[in-house]
Ligand binder design. Structure first.
Ligand SMILES: N[C@@H](CCC(=O)N[C@@H](CS)C(=O)NCC(=O)O)C(=O)O
Length: 369
């Protein structure tokens, strides 16, 4: 165990089927940061969360000294800087930057397909609607069937049909997921983790969509089982790996088989971020965008993702010149370079998210708030 005694006890408040709760738990386990999990309960936790961390989102990490944290990306960054031994952030600045980009993509782009597979199919909605009704809505004095109904309607309205997924978009989104599986299968059939035999931030980032969604919900799980068994192994391997016991170094350089992941980032996620920036700048809550051959109609704008893009730019600017050059060439090859810098001026709020990880100004998507 890592010596975190000065901030113990650490409590992770969330849900045990939540995307981002699963991500932080993977991180804490890999780093051997001792924590206790506690299921949130709504509506009573809503006011507490808003007063402690500014927004109602999960997970929230409570430290023994009374501080509360939100946002897994910034929470992980904080732990990485406070406890630098055996970090999951590679020492090579090029790899570290690619990890940050993969993490951001895993957090923000795969959220919608993950929600789609959970809430679109009756098998997923019935199973997880009941789970959430019994877990995080346990104190709501309503019949179970009604709680299930309310949570299912909330999630669809906020994150699937209510976030740009029309029936016409479904085949394209599912094809994109299968393509991701093929790319990841090619990687994990050859080595245990994205950058070698040592897990990195890229693995922890990808655990968000996989651990508590794709590899848990009935429909995507069966697809993974049949199509990408090495990916299924990787999901469990990461959960059961302690970085202290791993090889000291990551493989060097950028493995060739990561190329297709960045091609997808360049053709889908970054153009989507650009369209999102335009929508926020023009004051539109909703926008239509076609990326990767899929049309999203009436997608919700996200102020948080404007900040994500700014973060990617800031991280790039802070790199040594030599790494910038290597990365620029790599990102150009995968069509990621130009989109990273467009539009030039981002419609950020003054000091947006400057208090993270202890206080957030915006939720990822302002649905249901
Ligand atoms: N950027 C945040 C995102 C957290 C997030 O959006 N979590 C989801 C659940 S996995 C949530 O709480 N959504 C709020 C809601 O549905 O109202 C992080 O990295 O922690």
């Amino acid at each position: 165990m890592l010596d975190t005694s000065s901030i113990q006890p650490i409590t992770v408040h969330g849900s045990n089927i939540s995307y981002f709760t699963g991500k932080i738990e993977n991180y804490f386990r890999v780093r051997e940061i001792r924590y206790t999990f506690r299921s949130m309960s709504f509506p009573s936790d809503e006011r507490r969360l808003k007063s402690f961390v500014g927004v109602m989102q999960m997970p929230a990490v409570e430290l023994g000294d009374g501080r509360w944290m939100t946002d897994t990306t910034k929470t992980i960054e904080w732990f990485e800087s406070q406890y630098p031994e055996n970090r999951i952030t590679p020492d090579d600045p090029v790899q570290a930057y690619l990890c940050a980009l993969l993490e951001d993509w895993a957090d923000e782009w795969w959220w919608r397909p993950a929600m789609h597979y959970r809430w679109h199919y009756p098998q997923g909605a019935a199973l997880q609607g009941r789970h959430l009704a019994e877990e995080v809505l346990r104190d709501l004095p309503l019949p179970l069937a009604l709680r299930r109904f309310l949570i299912t309607r909330r999630q669809r309205g906020g994150y699937t049909t209510g976030d740009g997924i029309t029936p016409q978009a479904v085949p394209g989104i599912e094809a994109m997921f299968k393509r991701l599986l093929d790319h990841l299968e090619a990687i994990f059939s050859k080595r245990p983790f994205v950058f070698g035999t040592r897990p990195s931030l890229a693995d922890v980032g990808l655990s968000g969509p996989f651990f508590r969604h794709f590899a848990l919900d009935p429909v995507p799980l069966e697809i993974i089982r049949q199509r990408a068994p090495s990916v299924l192994e990787w999901v469990s391997r990461l959960w059961n790996t302690r970085i202290r016991n791993c090889e000291v170094h990551w493989d060097t350089g950028i493995p060739d088989d990561l190329g297709p992941l960045f091609d997808d980032i360049g053709s889908t996620y970054l153009p989507y971020l650009r369209a999102n920036s335009r929508a926020v700048a023009s004051g539109s809550d909703r926008f239509d965008v076609e990326v990767g051959g899929v049309s999203y109609l009436g997608a919700r704008h996200s102020r948080y993702r404007i900040w994500c893009l700014q973060e990617l730019r800031n991280k790039f600017e802070m790199l040594p010149e030599e790494s910038k050059q290597t990365l620029k060439e790599f990102l150009q090859r995968h069509d990621c370079w130009e989109s990273l810098w467009l539009p030039r001026d981002l419609p950020l709020l003054p000091s947006q998210e400057a208090r993270l990880p202890f206080f957030a100004d915006s939720k990822m998507i302002a649905a249901n708030s």
